[in-house]
Design a protein around this ligand. Structure first.
Ligand code: N01
Length: 524
């Protein structure tokens, strides 16, 4: 198994409990995946902590106390370490070990897994739990590698923190990471330049501390909360307003959006059921958002630059923030509009745009990830007939249910393309996928079979279904990382399954109940 984030840790627990021998390799020096690497200031989850936590063990659920509605990165990292120790999982995880090759022995139907450290393991099953947002994107800006100041990437943040006091700092990127980090850096730095290529939608995070009474209530209602989450569109127990935005009155629109605004987190983009379906519905959300944001930015010309005009709200992952827009009212913060004046090169300690030069002590790249496929593609994965996964996916990822790939028997890619993935609560999604894989393994064993392999026709149908469903929404209209649009040369394909977490759960359960319809079951 590759990766010890939320998916890998639970897969280890589940498959080991089922009597399998499991070895996990993890490139980081600690467990936690995305929460191990992304230690930038202000890093916090945008799904409520009570929901963004494992559901598989009732005692674990009852004994862990979250201190805030939306947990910080350090608290989530403490939680996953707690889980690893509580279930004695550490002994099967080899840290600091990057997997390089995953190669099928076609005769034996076993996977040979090799690591940079020289490990060679032969396994019947190979589970990829790499995380859709784990391959940091370093932009190709001329001169970047020889920047004379301190250079950071939000997804590779130093473990002992960074003190920006008295420093001239630049941040490139205004996605979720940049929008969380910028207010914190602004409070420390002497001067902050934000280099913005695209403006982004962000809603207030709405974080509050949790007291004992709130925790008691959450824990008492956990079973119902989880049930609703598993049926929901995004893996948390919130339902959209029971009416289309285009049919709602002005009062209904205002009240419903205000309620979600106050709730905070990413659910604002799911307030109404048609909000991501038609531009008329989407516009009602965008107008509400715009009036809220314009009201907190002092300088209207700065507001003009911070208001997106190139994509529907929610068609890129909506960001959540703590006083992000108000940060531009500070006199030590300047917004540099890269659309008007692009970065030309980095020269010594300066970022040179087409009309100015910014001398910096530190430069922060908040430039995101080669998402969903980037980490898979870094591995040399070789299936039947010596075909590499990179060749099979050259025009975009091709899976059956996200879980199976034709020509790659018993290889399971968790929470990746072809599944709801980043559109859902990743902890519950990990559990859903791992439980499905564990059931499939049990099915093979009880039927005297050795392997499960997605059939090419099932893959083709699923790829078409994912693409048709996406085309029925506004999601493909943005140049988002969901589409691979942030990485030059990457195929433009909407990668996640857009039909909803609950719907997806039903589909994969039905496939299993029908004897793994669409998969070949290979006898021993
Ligand atoms: O990355 P991003 P992220 N020159 O790709 C800019 C999750 N997450 O790390 O839009 C100049 O969204 C790029 O500009 P543009 C969440 O799912 C969650 O912020 O391509 N700029 C963009 O502004 C999120 O969506 C949480 O024009 C360049 C930015 O860099 C996902 O991770 C917190 C550039 C990248 O934004 C990724 O978020 C953090 C260049 N050459 C992350 N290259 C929470 O749970 C890129 N950019 C709250």
């Amino acid at each position: 198994m590759v990766g010890a984030g939320f998916a890998g840790v639970y897969a280890l627990y589940k498959l080991r409990s089922q009597g399998l021998t499991v070895q996990v390799f993890e490139a980081g020096d600690g467990v936690g995946g995305v929460w191990y690497w992304n230690r930038y200031p202000g890093a916090r989850c945008d799904v409520e902590s009570v929901d963004y936590s494992y559901s598989f063990d009732e005692e674990l659920q009852q004994e862990w106390d979250w201190s805030e509605k939306y947990a910080t990165q350090p608290e989530i990292l403490r939680y996953i370490n707690h889980v690893v120790d509580r279930f004695d999982l550490r002994r099967n995880i080899k840290l600091g070990t990057r997997v390089t090759d995953v190669v099928l022995d076609e005769e034996k139907l076993r996977w040979e897994v090799r690591t940079e450290a020289g490990d060679v393991v032969s396994a019947r099953f190979c589970v990829l739990a790499l995380g859709p947002l784990s391959n940091a994107n370093i932009p190709s800006i001329p001169g970047l590698e020889s920047f004379a100041g301190d250079l950071y990437h939000t997804a590779r943040w130093p473990h002992d923190g960074v003190d920006f006091t008295g420093k001239r700092v630049g941040v490139i990127g205004t996605g979720s990471s940049g929008i969380q980090a910028i207010p914190c850096i602004a409070r420390q730095a002497e001067q902050l330049y934000v280099f913005q290529r695209s403006a982004n939608y962000s809603v207030p995070a709405g974080n509050v501390p949790l007291d004992d009474a709130a925790r008691r209530e959450q824990k008492a209602n956990y079973a119902e909360r989880r049930r609703l989450s598993m049926e929901s569109g995004g893996g948390s127990p919130h339902q959209p307003y029971p009416k289309r935005a285009v049919d709602a009155t002005a009062d209904e629109l205002r009240n419903a959006y205000e309620k979600r605004w106050q709730l905070g987190g990413v659910l604002f983009s799911k307030t109404f059921p048609d909000q991501m379906i038609t531009i008329e519905a989407n516009d009602t959300a965008r107008r509400f958002w715009e009036s809220k944001v314009r009201a907190v930015i002092d300088d209207p010309s700065v507001a003009e630059l911070l208001i997106p005009n190139d994509h529907p709200i929610g068609s890129k992952r909506i960001c959540t923030d703590d006083n992000y827009f108000q940060t531009y009212n500070r006199n030590n913060v300047a917004l540099v509009n890269l659309r008007a004046t692009p970065i030309e090169r980095i020269d010594g300690a300066s970022v040179r745009t087409s009309d100015a030069s910014y001398v910096l002590d530190a430069l922060v790249l908040a430039t995101g990830f080669d998402a969903m496929t980037g980490s898979v593609e870094k591995l040399n994965i070789v299936g039947r007939g010596g075909q590499t996964l990179n060749d099979v996916w050259a025009e975009g990822p091709k899976t059956y249910l996200g879980l199976g790939i034709a020509g790659f028997p018993n290889l399971f890619n968790l929470t990746g393309p072809g599944s709801p993935s980043v559109l859902a609560n990743m902890v519950l999604h990990s559990e859903l996928h791992v439980d499905w894989v564990a059931d499939a393994v049990r099915y093979l064993d009880t039927h005297g079979a050795v392997a499960l392999e997605a059939r090419p026709d099932a893959v083709a149908d699923w790829v078409k279904e994912c693409s048709d469903r996406a085309a029925g929404t506004l999601m493909p209209s943005a140049n988002s990382w969901y589409m691979g649009a942030n990485i030059p040369g990457k195929p433009r394909v909407f990668m996640p399954f857009v039909g909803g977490f609950g719907v997806y759960g039903q589909i994969i359960a039905e496939v299993a109940a029908a004897g793994y319809k669409g998969f070949d079951i290979i006898e021993g």
